[in-house]
Ligand binder design. Sequence first.
Ligand code: UFG
Length: 327
Amino acid sequence: MTNILVTGGAGYIGSHACKALKAAGYTPVTYDNLSTGWQEAVKFGPFEQGDLTDRARLDQIFAAYQPVAVMHFAALSQVGESMREPGLYWHNNVAGSLNLLQAAVQAGCKNFVFSSTCATYGDQDNVILDETSAQHPINAYGASKRAIEDMLRDFEVAYDLRHVIFRYFNVAGCDPAGEVGEFHQPETHLIPLMLDAIEGKRDALTIFGTDYDTPDGTCIRDYVHVCDLVDAHIHGLKWLEDDKGSRVFNLGTGAGFSVREVIDQSAAITNRPVPVVEGPRRPGDCTKLVSGSTRAEAELAWRPVRSSLDQMIADAWRWHQTGHYEK
Ligand code: UFG
């Protein structure tokens, strides 16, 4: 079997990627420090606990498993936290990724799939966000991801480390079979927080800002189903295996929904009211992030099939009522 090193394989997106990798015939080797992930979510291949900043441990893992590629999900990923504690993001995300890249190069592992973000684009009014758009992140999370993208480009030139960079828009939904799901502690994402509010697990959902320059005053995002997202990663891996060179792809559907639209849709899907309160803007939030690219469809033959807002909310709702992990 072909080993793929999956950093962050115990997390939300990483665990779904492991499931997809196994289904595609690979062995996903999860490397995760369990700071935000769950050992229980590692179900599809070996688990190795470790930190990105621990170079000796990384060297040991590369030697033991000889992975043909790395899928790098492990990262701190909260926009709000990154504004309060940027040093955490530069240390964990940037310095940690540098360690990982150096370990990969030393081990002769030449293929790298990287989990980047539309947060690298920042707030750009009336600009169609495609892979050639300028990157002006407005939060430390986006800045840390942009720095890693730069690092990857330099490592390709110097060491022929090939990369596929995926810039995710807002990832939502979960495995329809319920084997893995989305469970963050603390939770900061819109859809799971809203489902908590619907279930009475929290008093209300706070809408962060109602005075944005959008039709209903709330932020607009492009939501993509996690199963579609990880499917793109399998295509990305094959792209590298076929020696097609390094490439960047946006992963979004091109449809934007406001916070209020997501709330209304969730009320309709669950058939329950969503208790909401209106609050101030959250620092670091962009007004609108919607993908304007079809490159992944055109070049990777990627087809999102579960990414309607209804389907994402329905899948999240099913998991939400039954699934959770425990330390
Ligand atoms: N929101 C609320 N109330 C909440 C939580 C979120 O109104 O309690 C709003 C946010 O202000 C934002 C939208 O819902 O407008 C989505 O927020 P999320 O926290 O769910 O997602 P973000 O857009 O902040 O961040 C996510 C990922 C990042 C990624 C980013 C790109 O967490 O990794 O999408 O937009 F970079």
